[in-house]
Design a protein around this ligand. Structure first.
Ligand code: ADP
Ligand code: MG
Length: 236
């Protein structure tokens, strides 16, 4: 059987107290977009943290390109090609945009200028604002800094926890277009989104999580067309 590019397989665990995740499975294929949706408190961020190694699993495993990485630290996972943009505190507000990008490249010992140019090509506004403190930027621009920072390690899979939180619909559309562009370059995207409809629309695979469990798993289009999913999770 072929393995998914990245999989959190049968993940069970929590923050030390009761389990938050219950046999939860999340996967993404190479160059594809997988989206996790579900109500507040469903465990979406917890599932992302588990896949990135910020949570000790009681059961289950995480595998990247077939290799078991369940016990690796987050930093070791970055070295293996994983990038993560957390839901909160995902930039250094008092540092400039360019310093944020440089910080993103912390594990690299090679020349980072080419990657920085690629980030500036993807997000041209960041080039214009590269000498400005990141905290002074608009919400959408700060999210671009956060995504750009994660791209600086040249990841093969990029994990994004609510990248469009608090931005306008137009800015959301733009950000989704850039995310599609990143996926087309061969980077897998694993993303949590509150804007479920729009996110599933660009998703190859969608996961509906409820109370730490997989409720529905299908292609983005199939989930969008499912009357039960629409009624309970997409507002009809
Ligand atoms: N650091 C933490 N310590 C203890 N419990 C937490 C922590 N973070 C989240 N939780 C709990 O885990 C559950 C799932 O939270 P979370 O993964 O943030 O949900 P979602 O991202 O789907 O909104 C919630 O009940 C939340 O209170
Ligand atoms: Mg969350």
């Amino acid at each position: 059987m072929t393995q998914p590019f990245l999989i959190g397989d049968g993940m069970t665990g929590g923050y030390g107290g009761a389990d938050i995740l219950h046999n939860c499975t999340i996967a993404v294929e190479k160059g594809e977009i997988a989206v996790i949706v579900g109500p507040n408190g469903a465990g979406k961020s917890t599932a992302m943290k588990a896949v990135f190694g910020m949570l000790k699993l009681r059961e289950g495993s995480v595998r990247l390109q077939g290799e078991d990485i369940t016990t690796l630290s987050p930093q070791a996972r970055v070295s293996k090609g994983m990038g993560f943009v957390p839901q909160t505190s995902n930039i250094f507000p008092s540092m400039t945009v360019e310093e944020n990008l440089e910080m993103g490249a912390f594990i690299r010992r090679d020349e980072i200028r080419t990657t920085m140019e690629q980030v500036y090509e993807l997000f041209p506004i960041l080039r214009d604002k590269r000498r400005q403190a990141a905290g002074e930027l608009s919400g959408g621009q700060r999210q671009q800094v956060a995504v750009g920072r994660a791209l600086m390690t040249k990841p093969s899979v990029l994990m994004l926890d609510e990248p469009t939180a608090g931005v306008s619909p137009i800015v959301m559309d733009e950000l989704f277009d850039r995310i599609i562009e990143i996926a087309r370059s061969g980077i897998s995207i694993l993303m949590v989104e509150q804007n479920a409809r729009q996110a599933l629309n660009i998703a190859d695979k969608g996961y509906v999580l409820v109370q730490g469990e997989n409720r529905y798993t299908d292609t983005g289009q199939a989930l969008l067309a499912d009357p039960e999913v629409r009624k309970s999770f997409l507002g009809g």
